[in-house]
Ligand binder design. Structure first.
Ligand SMILES: CC(C)(COP(=O)(O)OP(=O)(O)OC[C@H]1O[C@@H](n2cnc3c(N)ncnc32)[C@H](O)[C@@H]1OP(=O)(O)O)[C@@H](O)C(=O)NCCC(=O)NCCS
Length: 255
């Protein structure tokens, strides 16, 4: 059941946001999530996601896995405008409810699209973008709508991602190209099979050295085989924003 929530109480539910005005529409999040000072529109965010507190990142209809890391001032999944219409401007392809404040200005309102014209252009095109578990987006990147940045992938600073990036690849530049893989094929296969992001690592953290990839992987593989890795089942919420009112409702974990 959604209940009204004051901005300053979000931290009690494991969500750190500097400016709650940054949330538009809905935000589904697993706790904890550190999404300090960014704009989020209709996104889902997995546990332990960490976004740099400086600058301004914007994310639109993007699904973030667990442990994602987003550098400052990145733009992820922004809407596309139609390139093959008479005009690419929202007056031609939008609906007034997409930009209500704009159409409060009488000059814009004169050319406002019809509210009852049925599905709009944006309803018929690719809408979602994915940043998978543990993916790391460097500072000031652009990720095109519809792209999937794979599990554990790294995107170098100031890159422009226009195509999917495979799991554990490192990609840089504009357009972003893979320069190398983070690990050998064998290690990547074991990482994907282990899927450590599905488990609670905290009880075991003192028994491993995270700088030692092979040894840490082997340790967690053994824990999993012996049933000693507990699934991570974080409290998960839907935060809704309508005008100045925010509500929070519990829901099942995302993963
Ligand atoms: C992508 C990255 C992780 C690669 O680091 P690295 O493994 O040490 O890579 P190297 O410095 O050896 O560079 C490898 C090649 O990629 C190029 N390269 C590295 N980063 C690049 C980038 N962001 N854009 C374009 N090219 C890049 C290098 O010039 C080099 O090219 P060369 O072989 O022709 O000389 C790093 O450069 C980077 O961009 N990190 C992001 C840092 C950041 O944004 N932090 C924010 C944290 S909140």
């Amino acid at each position: 059941m959604p209940t009204p929530i004051a901005a300053q109480r979000l931290a009690d539910h494991g969500l750190i946001l500097a400016e709650t005005s940054a949330v538009t529409g809905s935000l589904v999040f697993e706790r904890p999530a550190w999404l300090f000072g960014h704009r989020l529109k209709n996104c889902t965010v997995g546990a332990f996601s960490f976004w740099n507190a400086s600058g301004h990142t914007a994310a639109y209809r993007t699904h973030f896995g667990r442990y994602t890391q987003i550098g400052e001032s990145s733009i992820i999944g922004p809407p596309e405008h139609p390139m093959d219409w008479f005009s690419s401007h929202p007056f031609a392809f939008g609906r007034p409810q997409h930009l209500p404040s704009m159409y409060q200005v009488p000059d814009f309102a004169r050319l406002a699209p019809d509210a009852d014209a049925g599905p709009s252009y944006v309803d018929g095109v690719v809408n979602d973008t994915w940043i998978d578990h543990e993916a790391y987006i460097g500072a000031a990147c652009f990720v095109k709508r519809g792209v999937r940045v794979g599990i554990g992938a790294c995107v170098g600073a100031r890159s422009v991602v226009t195509r999917d990036i495979p799991a554990f690849a490192m990609a840089v530049g504009s357009p972003a190209k893979v320069i190398r893989m983070r690990f050998s094929d064998a290690i990547i296969e074991r990482m994907l099979a282990l899927a450590w992001w599905q488990y609670d690592l905290a009880p075991h953290k003192k028994q491993v050295d995270f700088a030692q990839v092979e040894a840490t992987l082997a340790f967690f593989e053994q824990c999993k085989a012996e049933g000693r890795l507990q699934p991570l089942r974080p409290d998960t919420y839907t935060l809704m924003r309508n005008d100045d009112q925010m509500t929070l409702a519990e829901r099942p974990p995302l993963f």
